[in-house]
Structure formats: structure tokens, C-alpha cells
Design a protein. Structure first.
Length: 296
């Protein structure tokens, strides 16, 4: 029993004549007749009574037709699912990101992507950059976004954004009207910083040490978002990444800082398992949103 035989049988039941069945399948009338004869031979009983030149389905044919319809409904669902996958309207997307991106930028970006691709399901997990890399290597997420440059044999790392860090101040701070903040401006200021093991912290500390400028190290946090809250409530001033600073604007004063201290974010994908078409589309969408919001 072949699928083409069942297609001819179904078409003949639905269209009632060989001519219309042939039109439905885009084949010749003799081809339809041959497929029906072959199917009858395979099943071992008659499917149509030939009366006055017409083919009338037998009771057995009608019972068989019910099962064929259920099978074709399943095939139609499979075809529909395949089309949805192709058009990025079906599938799941698992994203992992470092907090600096995953607390604000990635949720808003993911929401916009979901609006353009209704029907997909998404998961966003927030972890330290090292854990994000491990998740990509272990296939526990499709793509990852990290805040610190890391190397690993199992991942490809692509820089997404690199920009000067910003100085943030409490609202109403004495330096709020300055166009640019310099290290000398922050002498003896209470300072909120990243932990000492962070690369950004080391670069910033070196700038102040080289100029012999003392600060009052009042608080530390590994999360830029938490640093913003500490500054907002008067714990001190800070120097953080541009993206977090942009989202914090209005709650704190955001100013350029010189000399330049660069920070960046990178995309991480597996070297062994290429991302799905859905994941690739999300990466392209993310790059475009980042370009629109934060520049080149």
C-alpha cells in the first residue's frame, strides 16, 4: 500500500468522479484508475462498485476512508508544522545572558522578537559570563551573551558592542552639571565599584592610582544594575558600562568619563553545534536592536 494510492482513493471519495479526482491530483484519469486498481489488489477487497459508468464507494471503502482522513489530517499537521518552522513561527529559543544585558536589554529585545514571530516559545536565563559559556558548550542554551571576554575551545565569541564606560552620579550631585567627568573630579568621593577580580575594576583602579587620586571605596557589587541602585540612593559615584547606564538614566546622572575605559559585550555560540534558523534570526534581530539603541 503506497501513499499515492491512498491519495487517489481519498481524492475519488471527495470528488466523486475520476475526472475531478485526476484534476485534484494533477495526474491523468488512467493514472487514477490504475492507482485505485492497485490499492484494491493490495487491500484484497473492492472499494468501489462500478454502476452505469460511475464509481460508488462500498461500505468497506467508507470505513477505510475514515482512517485515511485521520492519517491525512496528521500529515497536514506535519506539513503545517514544517511551514511554521520554516517561517519562524514555531520552535523554542533558549537564551542565556550576563546580568548587564539580561536584566533590561535582552528582555525588551526578546519581547520585540516574539511579536514578530508569534507562536515561538522562549526561555531567558541570567548567569555570570563564565556560566553562560558553560551552558553554550553543554547545549543548555542556543546562544549566550557575555559581558567579559572569555576564551573557550567549545565556543565562538563575537563582539557585539564595545563602548566607553560612563560615570554615574546621584541626582543633584555637585558634578551633575559637568560635561565630562575626570579622575581629578572624583578625589575623595565615595565610590561604588566592581569587585577587585573584575577587569573593569582593575583598569579603573589603575587610572586613579597613576594619578595618585584617593577615593573612599564605600561599596562593591558584581552587578551593574545593583551599582546603579546604590548610586541612586547616595552610596557614592561609580563608573559602569554604557548599556546599563543608559537604562539607569533618570534615576542617576550619566556622564562621559575620561580617560576612556572600554567595556563590551559578546555573543557566544557553540563550535560543534550550529544555531537553529530561529536562533540565527534572533541574533540578527539583537544586533539590529543594539545598533539602533547604542550605535556602532
Amino acid at each position: 500500500m503506497k501513499i499515492r494510492q491512498l491519495e487517489a482513493f481519498r481524492a475519488l471519495i471527495l470528488r466523486q468522479t475520476v475526472t475531478r479526482a485526476a484534476d485534484m491530483l494533477h495526474i491523468s484519469q488512467p493514472a487514477v484508475t490504475r492507482l485505485i486498481n492497485d490499492l484494491e489488489a493490495d487491500v484484497g477487497f473492492s472499494l468501489f462498485d462500478r454502476i452505469n459508468g460511475r464509481l460508488n464507494p462500498t461500505p468497506e471503502a467508507l470505513v477505510l476512508f475514515e482512517e485515511v482522513e485521520r492519517s491525512f489530517a496528521g500529515i497536514d499537521r506535519i506539513a503545517q508544522t514544517a511551514e511554521q518552522i520554516k517561517s519562524l513561527r514555531r520552535g523554542s529559543l533558549h537564551i542565556a545572558g550576563a546580568p548587564a544585558l539580561a536584566l533590561e536589554f535582552l528582555p525588551t529585545t526578546l519581547t520585540g522578537f516574539m511579536r514578530e514571530h508569534p507562536g515561538i516559545s522562549t526561555t531567558l536565563l541570567i548567569h555570570a559570563s563564565s556560566i553562560v559559556v558553560d551552558m553554550v558548550v553543554g547545549r543548555r542554551c542556543d546562544v549566550g551573551f557575555i559581558a567579559h571576554p572569555l576564551t573557550h575551545a567549545g565556543v565562538n565569541v563575537e563582539t557585539l558592542h564595545r563602548a566607553p564606560m560612563r560615570c554615574i552620579l546621584p541626582l543633584g550631585h555637585r558634578l551633575a552639571n559637568r560635561d565630562v567627568i575626570h579622575p581629578e573630579d572624583l578625589r575623595d568621593e565615595s565610590f561604588v565599584s566592581y569587585p577587585k577580580e573584575f577587569d573593569g575594576r582593575m583598569y579603573i583602579d589603575r587610572i586613579f592610582a597613576e594619578r595618585q587620586i584617593d577615593r573612599v571605596m564605600s561599596a562593591e557589587s558584581q552587578l551593574s544594575a545593583a551599582i546603579c541602585v546604590l548610586v541612586q540612593h547616595g552610596a557614592g559615584v561609580a563608573i559602569i558600562d554604557q548599556i546599563t547606564a543608559r537604562y539607569a538614566a533618570g534615576r542617576v546622572v550619566v556622564k562621559p568619563f575620561e580617560p576612556t575605559v572600554l567595556s563590551g559585550f559578546s555573543l557566544v555560540t557553540s563550535t560543534q553545534y550550529p544555531p537553529s534558523q530561529l536562533a540565527k534570526a534572533f541574533v540578527d534581530y539583537t544586533k539590529q536592536r543594539m545598533l539602533e539603541q547604542f550605535g556602532d
